[in-house]
Design a protein around this ligand. Structure first.
Ligand code: HEC
Ligand code: HEC
Ligand code: HEC
Ligand code: HEC
Length: 141
């Protein structure tokens, strides 16, 4: 009897363990499908996160920061923070990329989003959409 109980117990705990593992994989955080960045700001930006995820790697947009303030490339499973947690006047004070102020959310957004939209705008399949235009991301109110 005791033996049988032990076996049942092991099977149950094995199933629970397996369930936890599957749950952990299934729940890997990909964030919202659609995001309005700076929804309360002067110029909210609409962003189809899911659609972009289907087309591009996470590392295309997400990265981290080392203790010395240098950018570190995205690694799978890393904790993802909002752009504005680093791209603000305190954390990245005075940092520039070309003419973009990286210590603003606009600098991060335009440096990432607009750069790619400019690079891809003439691809035959999407040429007509003119994805480099302001109102692609900042819809007219
Ligand atoms: C084309 C750019 C882009 C790609 C590709 C992308 N993301 Fe994002 N992601 C963003 C932006 C922009 C935000 C909004 C950040 C903000 O609100 O400051 C975001 C938000 C998130 C958030 C929510 C963060 C928070 O605290 O609100 C998670 C989680 C996330 N992304 C995970 C992923 C994962 C995982 C992948 C790859 C499967 C991925 N993203 C691919 C740009 C991208
Ligand atoms: C954990 C902090 C952190 C977060 C979160 C973060 N960044 Fe950055 N980012 C940096 C650092 C550090 C640099 C390098 C700044 C320098 O020294 O020039 C950088 C550089 C950049 C650059 C210029 C260099 C390049 O790669 O083109 C862009 C554009 C950029 N980030 C966009 C974004 C966007 C968009 C998000 C949100 C999806 C984001 N960042 C989230 C820390 C961060
Ligand atoms: C690595 C390239 C890349 C980056 C980075 C990128 N996009 Fe895009 N985006 C595209 C392409 C390509 C399309 C056209 C997709 C299509 O219509 O097939 C697009 C389309 C869009 C559209 C049109 C609506 C839609 O979803 O079809 C919006 C809005 C948009 N992007 C906003 C943003 C914002 C905001 C960011 C930054 C947070 C961003 N994108 C970053 C490549 C990029
Ligand atoms: C591919 C997407 C995209 C395109 C195209 C784009 N922007 Fe942006 N813009 C953003 C993102 C993302 C931000 C940062 C979040 C926010 O403030 O909405 C931003 C921020 C801004 C801000 C700062 C708003 C504030 O409250 O500080 C201004 C101003 C702005 N954009 C103007 C423009 C103009 C003008 C154009 C056309 C010449 C343009 N943008 C094209 C994505 C885009």
């Amino acid at each position: 009897m005791i033996k049988k109980k032990t076996i049942v117990c092991s099977v149950v705990s094995l199933c629970m363990l397996l369930g936890t593992v599957i749950f952990a994989i299934g729940a890997s955080n990909t964030g919202p499908a659609d995001i309005t960045i700076s929804a309360d700001g002067k110029k909210p930006a609409q962003f189809s996160h899911k659609k972009h995820q289907d087309a591009f790697k996470c590392a295309e947009c997400h990265h981290g920061m080392a203790a010395d303030g240098k950018q570190v490339p995205y690694v799978e499973g890393q904790e993802i923070k909002k752009c504005g947690e680093c791209h603000n006047a305190t954390v990245l004070a005075g940092k520039m990329k070309d003419k973009l102020a990286l210590d603003t959310l606009k600098g991060a957004g335009h440096g990432n989003c607009v750069e790619c939209h400019k690079a891809k705008k003439d691809e035959p399949a999407i040429k007509d959409k003119k994805i480099d235009k302001c109102d692609t991301c900042h819809p007219k109110k």
